[in-house]
Design a protein around this ligand. Structure first.
Ligand SMILES: Nc1ncnc2c1ncn2[C@@H]1O[C@H](COP(=O)(O)OP(=O)(O)OP(=O)(O)O)[C@@H](O)[C@H]1O
Ligand SMILES: [Mg+2]
Length: 105
């Protein structure tokens, strides 16, 4: 299992969300954040509003989720965002006690 954290433009979130849903990647955590990359924000604001998406996925789904985010959030402009991928030790669905991939989606 891997956790994919993507920080993207607010205006790209609906499209990313809808496309992931159509692919069967339904569960996610998403919330508004403020951040900056290399360039910083538009003065006087150093931090700009972005959306953050967190999805824990099966190893076999990492590539298609990353590609979907790239296809729907890339504008070839500074500030398009960033994707981080990290290993996840385990997942447990509280209602059933299922573990690992079975607990994801
Ligand atoms: N190294 C980082 N650690 C944590 N968050 C980051 C990091 N880099 C970027 N972010 C987050 O991603 C958002 C978008 O970053 P951004 O796309 O501007 O990255 P960048 O490295 O400056 O690339 P670009 O040159 O394309 O703008 C930031 O507002 C911040 O929330
Ligand atoms: Mg930047």
């Amino acid at each position: 299992m891997k956790k994919i954290e993507a920080i993207i433009r607010e205006e790209d979130f609906d499209r990313v969300h809808k496309t992931l849903k159509q692919m069967g990647i339904v569960p996610m955590t998403a919330y508004p954040v403020k951040g900056r990359g290399v360039q910083g924000g538009v003065p006087p604001y150093e931090l700009m509003p972005k959306m953050k998406i967190e999805i824990v996925v099966k190893d076999e789904d990492v590539e298609k989720v990353v590609n979907t985010i790239l296809q729907n959030a890339r504008r070839d402009m500074p500030g398009d965002g960033k994707i981080f991928i990290m290993p996840v030790y385990d997942a447990i669905r509280i209602r059933t006690g299922e573990k690992g991939n079975e607990a994801l989606y």
